[in-house]
Structures are given as C-alpha cells and as structure tokens.
Design a protein around this ligand. Sequence first.
Ligand code: PLP
Length: 377
Amino acid sequence: MIPFNKASITDKEIEYVVDAMKNSKLSGDGKYTAKVYEKFKELFGIENMLLTTSGTTALEMASLLIDLEPGDEVIVPSFTFSSTVNAFMLRRAKPIFCDIRRDNMNIDETKIEGLITDKTKAIYTVDYAGIPCDYDVINDIAKRHNLIVIEDSAQAVGSYYKGRVCGTLTPFGCYSFHETKNYVMGEGGGIVLNDPSYMDRAEIIREKGTNRRQVLKGNVDKYTWHDIGSSFLPSDLLAAILYAQMERFDEILQKRLTVWNTYAEELQPLVKEGLLVLPTVPEYATHNGHMFNIILPTDEIRTKLVAELQKQGINAYICYVPLHSAPMGIKLGYKPEECPVTEDYGARVLRLPLYADMTKEDALKVSAAVSEILHRI
Ligand SMILES: Cc1ncc(COP(=O)(O)O)c(C=O)c1O
C-alpha cells in the first residue's frame, strides 16, 4: 500500500513533545514556539514570524491586518484551496477569480491587470505545489495600482524565487504546517510579517485582541483589550513537533526531492508518447518537492487511472475542484467559463503520492504502474 501522504515522525518529535509537557507549557508562545522562530531566522533569515493555529488562520490574520472592507475586491486564482478565499470573504470582500498558467498552474500574471477595478484592494497569490509565482511582475502591478499582495505560501516552505525564500516575497507570507505539508505540526501555520510595521497589531490580533504578548515580553504588567482579534496562537506542544521537523529541514527536503526527481525522470518517456503532460519549474525557482502533478489527456482517463492505481494499493489524489465552479462558486454566481485554463486543468490534474519517508523504490513502483496503466487503458 502506498498512501497519498504520511507525516515523517521520528524520536526527536516525540522527545520534544514530552519535554514541552514536562515544562507544563501547554498553551502558546512557550519555549518551542521561540525555538521555531530562531530556526526560521537561521534557515531563511526570517525575522518577524508568528505561529498560528493553521495556514487558514494565517490568511485570516493577514485579511484582518489589511483592513479589508465589505465590497472590496480581491484578485485570486480559482485553482486553490478554499481557505485562500474564505480568509477574505469572512471580511465580506469579493473574490475576482484569475485564470492560471498552463505551464505551472500558478496565477497567470498577464491576466491580473485586466481584472483590476477601482474596488480592487489586494491580490492573494498561491505558490501552487511549492512553485513560486512570478513576484517581480506581480509586485510591480501591485505597486502601480496601489494594491497589497498576500502570499499564500502554505505549500512553499523552503522554496525560492530568484534566491529569496517563499513567504518573504510580499508584505505577508502565510505558511501551513498541516499534516499534509512538508513540515508539520498536525494543525498549524505561520504568518511572516515582512513589513515589520504590522508586527505590533499582528501580535494583538493573534491574542484575542489583547496585548498579552507585551506582558510575556515584560514590557507591561497587565494586558487588556486593544483591537478585534481571535484565538490564533497554537499550543507549544504542537510547536515542539514543528521544531523537530525544522531541525530536519534538509533531510526532509532531500528525501522529497529524491521522490520528485524520480517521478520526473521515469515519467518523461510518457510525455514524449503524448500520454501525459508534466508541469514545468520556471528557471527563476527552486522548489521544495511538495507535490508531483501529472496532467492527463482527459477527465475519463484520469478517473480510470485513479481506480486502477487504487487496485494496486496506490493512492493518487485529484487535487482541486476549481473554486469558481465548485458548489459555493456556482451559488455565488460565478460561471465555469470565466477561467478556462483552470476549468480544463481542474478536470485533468492528478497528484501522485509524495511524502518524505517514501522510498525511491516506491516512486519507481508508482511510475511503472502509471506507465503500464496508461498504455493499457
Ligand atoms: C494553498 C493552500 N492555502 C491554504 C491552506 C490551508 O492551510 P491549513 O490546512 O493549515 O489551514 C492550504 C492547505 O491545505 C493550502 O494548500
């Protein structure tokens, strides 16, 4: 059986969680949360980061910090997880869906400007599959139109755009450390405040609208209500898991890349035969091996392939139903034809199993199964 995903947990993660429990620090902002911040600084030079309860709530915090108002428009790809869009819809802002690029399934930056109106306030980008969008172009558009860019880098921890790490490419980076991501804490996320002027308010929003973090830092002796906010900080027990994962940053990255590169090599002949298409990694990017996608010729072939792989104990996964044509998108009045490339890819993309403890032999087995089935069906 080859599952679609499996978290890589070693004795280290267990040791740190037990230690966190022994410290009786079950709530947030304890020793391991601080250690996670040190690690992100050491690995990526990130100075201002706050752990959150999920990637979803990191995006929600960003939406609170930019003071979105009802009726504001946000340009966003439709080929993403619901959280990217829910985060600003909770502020009553409206999604304006932008189509994606055929080569890497990221937002098509050439189509953004055509969607800007006098109501546009922000662009939410998604570094899909751990591949960064083209930020020089997107940030230039944002600057010229006075828009804020939020980077949904949920999938892109440790990927780079022109030598700069994902999560630091716009004023706000939003990471996920969900069990399905590269570095996990069960449920959890992080917001990177690349414009430090947002930090004080971010700390307050994260602590139910109070200045409690100032008490922990010894700056004030009692805390009270200062702003709107919610319960966005995760338990230190979960931070302990993440700290162990970040200590293993390179090991996890290399293991994932081994699987990713094996797929890329083994499936290349099928591309030449026209049996599938592989997304490309832009020259400006180095990626973190988060996902391996194949694009099948038709929806029917994809359905058959998933069923046949399942029979062999291999779990492949249909990634996103595009948001604009999902039940909620239709209810809101969006039309499938608004984003034709997204609609087309939504029906044909398949995500192969990929996790750190998957072996090269597993990847060879999956590749051989894909090849055999696609030649047969
Ligand atoms: C692109 C994207 N955004 C946001 C999220 C939400 O992250 P989380 O599951 O940590 O809330 C995910 C995770 O599934 C994601 O893939």
